[in-house]
Design a protein around this ligand. Structure first.
Ligand code: ADP
Ligand code: MG
Length: 241
């Protein structure tokens, strides 16, 4: 049984079809790449899956349950969480308290919460900065905090929106290792990423959007040679027959 199933999902903003009749499935433990040119609907699709936008049409099934109309916090409780392309920490809270907010979604009693926060901070390499305010962190550490905040809610599926955006090569390498280890623990992941050198190290399969529509879906190394995909990224002059 797939963990996530999108059935003919669409989102229109007035006349603009930002997501247009998209169907896809994610299996438990799968890591799927979601790619496409700027403005092709990737973030909008994440907003639909996480419930931050309502569907124009279609259905979202998570763990065999129709969550199409569920509120965002309900979806978080059921096991979906995401990171943001433009990081969204609680700027005036410390690293510790940022992670704690996520933990409180599922931890009613506070007994083990300290251990959980410290373990999460360690897993993303932020132990030394645990008492620093989020606003003082450079972008590389904010990207790590973004992942720790999402993991804190105990997700089964995590949506990563451009986790490498703005990072140096070294910082990117650390995040690759982190994402791999999250996936090895059994979490399903959908990752939106423009940095192809990072994506090839993480995913086998990609789903390609252009103008809100699926144009290709399959093995990354095959899809990237697909005429429609080359055309979407580089223009038709570059696409050979
Ligand atoms: P991507 O993440 O692939 O770059 P987006 O999902 O952000 O693309 O955007 C897809 C399209 O939808 C773009 O044309 C964008 O301008 C438009 N769009 C996104 N969000 C909104 C919104 N809240 N209102 C109107 N148009 C939007
Ligand atoms: Mg985006």
């Amino acid at each position: 049984m797939p963990i996530l199933k999108l059935q003919n999902v669409s989102k229109h903003f007035g006349g603009l079809k930002a997501v247009d009749d998209v169907s896809l499935t994610v299996e438990p433990g799968e890591m799927l790449g979601l790619v496409g040119p700027n403005g092709s609907g990737k973030t909008t699709l994440f907003n639909l899956i996480s419930g931050m936008l309502t569907l124009t049409s279609g259905q979202i099934i998570f763990c065999d349950e129709d969550i199409s109309k569920a509120k965002t916090y309900k979806r978080v409780q059921k096991g979906i969480n995401r990171t943001f392309q433009v990081v969204k920490p609680f700027a005036s809270l410390t690293v510790y308290d940022n992670i704690k907010v996520g933990c409180l979604v599922h931890m009613k009693k506070q007994e083990n919460i300290h251990e959980k926060i410290m373990a999460l901070a360690a897993s993303v390499g932020l132990s030394d900065l645990i008492h620093d305010e989020a606003r003082s962190l450079p972008i590389g550490n904010l990207k790590k905090l973004e992942i720790a905040k999402a993991l804190a809610t105990n997700p089964k599926l995590i949506l990563l929106d451009e986790p490498f955006g703005g990072l140096s090569y070294g910082e990117g390498h650390e995040i690759i290792q982190l994402i791999k280890s999250i996936n090895q623990q059994g979490l399903s992941i959908i990752i939106v990423e423009h940095v192809m050198s990072a994506l090839v190290k993480l995913v086998d399969h990609v789903f390609v959007l252009n103008y809100g529509k699926e144009i290709a879906h399959g093995l990354l190394k095959e899809v990237m040679l697909d005429r429609k995909v080359v055309e979407a990224y580089l223009g038709e002059d570059y696409a050979e027959n």
